[in-house]
Unconditional design. Sequence first.
Length: 135
Amino acid sequence: MKLRSVRGVAAVVLLIAASTVAGCGASPQVVTLTIHYSGFDRTEVTIPRGVPVTFVLVNEDPIDHEWLIGDEEFHEAHRSGTHERHDAVPTEVTVPALETVSTTITFDEAGSLAFICHLPGHEAYGMVGVLTVTG
């Protein structure tokens, strides 16, 4: 699945302002996912294709988590990966204990992707969800 992305709150504000000024038909959306007791509060999310979506990831746990979104091949590579932190790619986010992090992604193709925390034992515990891109 091809992705276009923007990171950071300042970039999100600029993106919203630019799309409003330009009269862009795609309104940015915000999806908040809260992590509590090593679980996502929502395990199914549906968004439209071609619309910037800001994912606000709220970690209420006293331990770090991660939010990685992609297809099965992507997740298979991360299950055995050795990344200590994820910060450079919008689809790979570390969410420190008791903090909130956001990332903005535009999905250009319809389909389903999984979002998973691949820290040891977290996926098996149930830190898994499905994102459906419509349209």
